[in-house]
Design a protein around this ligand. Structure first.
Ligand code: SF4
Ligand code: F3S
Length: 104
């Protein structure tokens, strides 16, 4: 599966949802997650994310992000169409500590 990681938080560009062939993105207030059981590992979303927040779970160190994606994909609503990204998305690109400060 692919997973959405920290840099999505407060960037939330949503380009990813437009390309996913199985519509497996779920929407929180400040970030999206991928449902690990629905993702077919096609990889097309990874290069679409302007924040480079989407990674394959074969990359080391992503266990906690995989768990977070799995947990919230079960409760957040499905999202299949891009909306208007946050006006201050660019300001949050690459900012450290977003999980602690802004996860929702
Ligand atoms: Fe969707 Fe493919 Fe990305 Fe998985 S890898 S979330 S199936 S676009
Ligand atoms: Fe987040 Fe990137 Fe999608 S910032 S909403 S994973 S395009």
């Amino acid at each position: 599966t692919y997973v959405v990681t920290e840099n999505c938080i407060k960037c939330k560009y949503m380009d990813c949802v437009e390309v996913c062939p199985v519509d497996c993105f779920y929407e929180g207030e400040n970030m999206l997650v991928i449902h690990p059981d629905e993702c077919i590992d096609c990889g097309v979303c990874e290069p679409e994310c302007p924040a480079e927040a989407i990674k394959p779970d074969t990359e080391p160190g992503l266990d906690s992000w995989l768990q977070l994606n799995s947990k919230y994909a079960s409760s957040w609503p499905n999202i299949t169409q891009k909306k208007e990204p946050p006006a201050d998305a660019k300001e949050f690109d690459g900012v450290p500590g977003k999980l602690e400060a802004h996860f929702s």
